[in-house]
Design a protein around this ligand. Structure first.
Ligand code: NI
Length: 260
């Protein structure tokens, strides 16, 4: 089955038909979804989704564009949510120098604070990095290299080089691969997928964003991961079943979820 490690069904783009979309996923072969936090408003919605749908799990954290809201009260709320067994990770957290909403030193400090929270709670992290590859790698290395933490998390929508991918996977990180791998011009990512063993890759939509080439221009949903599976299978010369099986096992191992 397909395990979507990164979705945003709490997003208002699903307000009209959230239930229909989520209830349709099983028929498309999607068995598990992690709904990932971004804003303060998303946190409570994510908890509700995990209670309503047995195949939806959550991650909670503030996106780098949102860290101006990371007050001590919100840190407390995150810590409380992380005691819930259906909240599996801290995310998405990281650095975004593309939108540059907050100064870099603030982004880095809030990223470190949320990583320390993950370590305290014994949870993996889901990392957002945009136009900030070098700083992201440096901050993560300081926190996780030689930490003894075997499965530190996922580098979401991986967009770095193959060389950096090797450093991340050596630390135990998984790389999140989504719709971008289906784009004809994503040569760098295709090289990464070819050069990194399947045992370090996980599937993700980032829906409603980043629809695969075949669905470009429309709202993304987890059912579209079949196109991502197909692209990865072609790049690696394995069957689509193999891609689904191994990426599901990777996600389950990371999040500590047994197969049903
Ligand atoms: Ni996301």
């Amino acid at each position: 089955m397909i395990f979507d490690t990164h979705a945003h069904y709490d997003d208002s783009q699903f307000d009209e038909d959230r239930e229909t979309v989520l209830n349709g996923l099983a028929a498309a072969g999607v068995g598990c979804v992690v709904d990932v936090g971004s804003t303060v408003q998303s946190l409570e919605k994510i908890r509700e989704l995990t209670e309503r749908y047995p195949f939806v799990y959550g991650a909670v954290g503030l996106h780098p564009d949102e860290v101006g809201q990371l007050t001590p009260e919100i840190m407390e709320e995150l810590e409380k949510l992380l005691q819930n067994p259906r909240i599996l990770a801290v995310g998405e957290i990281g650095l975004d120098y593309h939108w540059d909403v907050e100064p870099h030193d603030v982004q880095i400090r809030c990223f470190q604070e949320q990583m320390r929270l993950a370590r305290r709670c014994g949870k993996p992290i889901i990392v957002h990095s945009r136009t900030a590859a070098a700083d992201t790698l440096q901050v993560i290395r300081e926190m996780y290299e030689d930490s003894g933490i075997e499965l530190p998390g996922i580098i979401h929508s991986y967009s770095g080089s193959l060389e950096q991918a090797k450093i991340y996977t050596a630390m135990g990180f998984f790389l999140g691969i989504g719709g971008v791998v289906t784009y004809p011009n994503s040569k760098k990512l295709k090289k990464v997928v070819q050069g990194i063993p399947l045992s370090y890759l996980v599937l993700e939509t980032d829906c409603p964003y980043l629809s695969p080439e075949e669905k470009r221009g429309s709202r993304n949903i987890s059912a579209n991961l079949s196109y991502v599976v197909k692209a990865i299978a072609e790049l690696k010369g394995v069957t689509e079943e193999e891609v689904e099986r191994v990426t599901e096992a990777n996600a389950r191992r990371l999040f500590g979820l047994n197969a049903d």
